[in-house]
Write a protein that binds this ligand. Structure first.
Ligand code: FES
Length: 126
């Protein structure tokens, strides 16, 4: 990992953007990585079908928390349909660092949570 990319991740980890919770969010979802227990919660405030505001909170490794921070910046102002169409590669490219297979779940935890929120889930169907 080059120093530049490492700094990008560390900056988001140490100074997370859109961190916290929203009062009365229109959508909210929380999930954990079952392998390590690290958690992410995402709250959305909607304006029609658009994400007017977004916050994330959670705890976990630098990759999971930095990815959540980066993801919130990617989708603020986007429509729910655009969020539903996001692929893993879109977020992985935005991270800018090569992610090993073992760390993919870390990097993609926030995307999984965001998609659940976009689809209006309260919990995963069993
Ligand atoms: Fe838990 Fe990365 S080690 S999400």
């Amino acid at each position: 990992m080059s120093d530049l990319y490492r700094e990008h991740i560390l900056d988001h980890y140490q100074h997370p953007r859109n961190y916290g919770t929203l009062d009365h969010p229109d959508r909210s979802f929380e999930d954990s990585n079952p392998l390590c227990g690290d958690r992410i919660r995402i709250d959305l405030k909607l304006s029609g079908d658009y994400i007017a505001d977004i916050r994330f909170s959670g705890r976990g490794c630098a990759i999971s928390q930095a990815a959540a921070s980066i993801l919130t910046e990617m989708v603020k102002g986007k429509s729910l349909e655009e969020v539903k169409a996001l692929g893993a590669q879109d977020l992985l490219e935005e991270l800018g660092v090569p992610i090993s297979p073992a760390r993919r779940k870390c990097a993609l935890l926030s995307l999984k949570v965001l998609k659940a929120a976009a689809y209006g889930l309260n919990e995963w169907p069993s």
